[in-house]
Design a binder for this molecule. Structure first.
Ligand SMILES: Nc1nc2c(ncn2[C@@H]2O[C@H](COP(=O)(O)OP(=O)(O)OP(=O)(O)O)[C@@H](O)[C@H]2O)c(=O)[nH]1
Length: 245
């Protein structure tokens, strides 16, 4: 990783430590997956949120998991954010989504759908991506936000704000325009809003219902074989095709 500002070697992103599931306080751990097409700024948004900095250039994302404590309405919750590889729309085959992403979708309590306001095709992946998430979580309310990133590139805008708002409303979420490059506050507000939605969904019993029966610790557990086996069991009943819709 290379940081634009400051560039201290002491980077604040910490992959979450290995710890038993029981250490997670129920309803006080918020798991968020950040999803979207290639180069829309998923990693940049997460890094901006967690470190207040903007990364200029770095290796392609391999799906890191980050964690930190956040305070919501005086209550401290443990937030886990899963960065994911990009998804893409194939001409005739629908959405292409790696199995790793399916695992993240299954694992998460809430979703950040990201597109770039400068790339209309990234916007068009969101609806099929949402349908995909719906297939994996068929029941209940799914806490989501829609993020139109790169709002600093106004002259290159391809997606009007109204289109973002309309789409967000159809997904049942709020639309945020952000610039991971220029602005921390918009990014911060977006993530905190989603955290609050997730906590609210726990309160309504929705989160627990979705978790019922099977506990997937997180996508990158050291015991991958066991996780994969359990995950396949669940997915086979929930998603017809794990990789291509
Ligand atoms: N101008 C501008 N550039 C941005 C912004 N956010 C990210 N970028 C740039 O967009 C490019 C892609 O950003 P990433 O964070 O790697 O995007 P990603 O969605 O994680 O990409 P994948 O790894 O392909 O999934 C990088 O060159 C970033 O510097 C933004 O808000 N404004």
């Amino acid at each position: 990783l290379r940081l634009c500002s400051g560039g201290s070697g002491n980077f604040l992103l910490v992959p979450i430590p290995e710890y038993p599931l029981l250490d997670c306080v129920p309803n006080k751990t918020v798991k968020i997956a950040v999803l979207g097409a290639s180069s829309v700024g998923k990693t940049a948004l997460i890094v901006r949120f967690l470190t207040k900095r903007f990364i200029g250039d770095y290796e392609a994302n391999t799906g890191a998991l980050y964690s930190r404590k956040v305070t919501l309405d005086v209550e401290e919750v443990s937030l886990q954010i899963q960065d994911t590889p990009c998804v893409s729309l194939q001409d005739d085959e629908g959405l292409y989504c790696q199995e790793q992403i399916n695992r993240s979708i299954y694992w998460a309590d809430g979703y950040v759908f990201v597109f770039s306001i400068t790339d209309h095709s990234s916007y068009r992946t969101i609806q099929p991506l949402y349908q995909h998430v719906r297939r994996i979580h068929p029941s209940g309310n799914i806490p989501v936000i829609l993020v139109g990133n790169k709002s600093d590139l106004l002259r290159a805008r391809q997606v009007p704000a109204e289109e973002g708002e309309t789409l967000a409303a159809s997904l049942g979420g709020v639309y945020f325009e952000t610039s991971a490059r220029e602005n921390h506050d918009s990014v911060h507000n977006a993530f905190l809003h989603l955290c609050q939605e997730v906590i609210r969904s726990f309160g309504s019993g929705n989160g627990e219902k979705r978790r019922g029966g099977l506990h997937l610790a997180r996508p990158k557990s050291p015991n991958m074989q066991e996780l994969k086996r359990r995950f396949r069991q669940v997915l086979s009943s929930k998603v017809k095709s794990a990789t291509t819709l």
